[in-house]
Design a protein around this ligand. Structure first.
Ligand code: FAD
Ligand code: NAI
Length: 465
């Protein structure tokens, strides 16, 4: 079979690249080693984790907040089997949707491991060992990433687990020890904290979600503590041992003080690493650097007809970043002049309250020596937040001191994940804080906090504070 474009990997990078390629008139194929399409994001990442976050938040609200809203129900109980089953149904609906989109766009789906024979020939090895070979003009590698293990404690998938197993447990842990207080640690940690686990997070750095603006980490820790989560920040894990029904985690603070934690599960969420196993990169002379496939500014590898996108290349490991890159490469192949604005790829943590950010953090502006001003507005001063009892959180706007151009939008609070799109829009159009402050925002909404924070950033004139 002869194609214009072959995409290896069907995650959000790969399937989007395939759809856009087909839309642009290329004869396109996609190769996926698993039986379902959608990659990490749809099968074991974004979608199942959000399904569990939503279910656990419903339970938490029923248990903690219904009474105050005037809804009396018998004490709710967790039916964990049903919770996990519903998550599976949500995943199935999504991955089936991708299969439908492949058909609709006349994209050939090849199931099996794709590996280079040469720069225009790809071998597909099915589970039963059957091999097929296809040829193509262009190749887009979108093979994604896998969880990073601790060097001294590999995943045993029973007690020492990654996010993949944490989404498929058969029971609610009694005590879940989470190593790494980043996005996965906080999202999945909060799921289990809400449904009854004791959750302890051990984080190497001094802040949670340390790549985000420092204020966000502090506020998130405060709200997570209300859920009963415990934290050991600035702790280096020295040992993790599976003792059968128990797992023991040892860690050390900077002053050398040692701690020992006993739990029944240990979730290791210390980041993900790019995945290129079995791809046969050596056949085309591509060498990885720190696991990543090196690409130029046009996402082209050192081989003229081979491109790479998503988690397997540099940049944020996010589904929507991978999608943007998929569209970028396809449009470029069609002779268009696409663009990805990496500064404006938003980052979201789907805890409750949610955390969402775009642009520069205050720490980045400080270290770049850029003159900036800030404006903040707390959720507790919003009528909408009082009505829903979502009082935790704030909006923080960073703007250039001279020009007033918005440089960063950082939100922790209810619906932050959806609200951040307004920050992206404002920054894409290079709005000033004054521009946003002068736009009418519907009342009562959480978005009023963005307007008020912009008022605070411009001559400190919030109305409701
Ligand atoms: P992937 O989605 O990893 O897909 C790569 C695909 O390639 C896989 O299906 C793999 O089987 C296949 N493959 C690999 N090698 C071969 C081969 N040789 N032949 C054939 N197929 C191959 N991001 C967000 O933006 N929002 C979120 O809410 C979010 N939540 C997450 C929650 C969790 C628990 C995790 C783990 C991740 C989450 N992410 C989230 C990150 C997101 O999943 C990734 O950034 C995204 O999936 C990357 O897309 P990709 O296309 O680069 O790779
Ligand atoms: P992460 O990079 O978000 O967090 C890892 C955390 O572990 C960091 O805080 C780091 O300081 C800490 N750490 C590293 N080594 C450690 C050690 N030895 N001991 C203790 N702490 C250690 O990575 P995470 O949470 O594993 O997620 C992987 C990727 O998946 C993220 O980069 C993210 O892009 C993506 N993801 C995105 C989500 C979203 O967009 N909502 C949700 C989940 C994952």
């Amino acid at each position: 079979m002869q194609y214009n474009v072959v995409v290896i990997g069907s995650g959000p990078g790969g399937y989007v690249a395939a759809i856009r390629s087909a839309q642009l008139g290329f004869k396109t194929a996609i190769i996926e080693k698993y039986d379902t399409l959608g990659g990490t994001c749809l099968n074991v990442g974004c979608i199942p984790s959000k399904a569990m976050l939503d279910s656990s938040e419903h339970f938490h609200n029923a248990k903690e907040h219904f009474k105050e809203h005037g809804i009396d129900i018998p004490a709710p109980k967790v039916n964990f089997t049903q919770m996990v089953k519903r998550k599976g149904d949500v995943v199935k609906a999504n991955v089936d949707g991708i299969a439908f989109l492949m058909k609709k766009n006349k994209i050939d789906v090849h199931t099996g491991v794709g590996s280079f024979v040469d720069k225009n020939t790809i071998k597909i090895t099915a589970k039963d060992g059957k091999e097929t070979t296809i040829t193509t003009e262009k190749v887009i590698i979108a093979t994604g990433s896998k969880p990073t293990p601790l060097p001294f404690a590999p995943f045993d998938k029973k007690r020492i687990i990654s996010s993949t197993e944490a989404l498929e447990l058969k029971e609610v842990p009694q005590h879940l020890i989470v190593i790494g207080g980043g996005v996965i640690g906080m999202e999945l940690g909060s799921v289990y904290a809400r449904i009854g686990s004791k959750v302890t997070v051990v984080e190497f750095l001094d802040s949670l979600i340390p790549t985000m603006d420092g204020t966000m980490g502090k506020e998130l820790q405060r709200s997570a503590k209300k859920l009963g989560m415990d934290f050991y920040l600035g702790h280096k894990v020295t040992a993790v041992e599976n003792k059968g029904k128990e797992v023991i985690v040892k860690a050390e603070a900077k002053d050398g003080k040692a701690i020992e934690l006993k739990g029944d599960y240990c979730l290791v969420s210390i980041g993900r690493r790019p995945y290129t196993d079995g791809l046969g990169l050596d056949k085309v002379g591509i060498e990885t650097v720190k696991g990543q496939i090196p690409v130029d500014d046009h996402l082209k590898t050192k081989v003229d007809n081979i491109y790479a996108i998503g988690d397997v290349v540099k940049g944020a490991m996010l589904a929507h970043k991978a999608e943007e890159e998929g569209v970028y490469v396809a449009e470029q192949l069609a002779g268009q002049k696409p663009h990805v604005n990496y500064l404006l790829i938003p980052g979201v943590v789907y805890t409750w309250p949610e955390v969402a950010s775009v642009g520069y953090t205050e720490e980045q502006l400080k270290s770049a020596g850029r003159a900036y001003k800030t404006g903040s507005f707390p959720y507790k001063a919003l009528g909408r937040a009082r009505a829903s009892m979502d009082l935790d959180g704030l909006v923080k706007i960073l703007a250039d001191k001279q020009t007033d151009e918005i440089l960063g939008v950082h939100i922790i609070g209810a619906r932050a994940a959806d609200m951040i799109a307004a920050g992206v829009t404002a920054m894409e159009f290079r709005a000033s804080a004054e521009d946003v402050a002068r736009m009418s925002h519907a009342h009562p909404t959480y978005m009023e906090a963005v307007k008020e924070a912009c008022l605070a950033a411009t001559a400190n004139r919030p109305i409701h504070l």
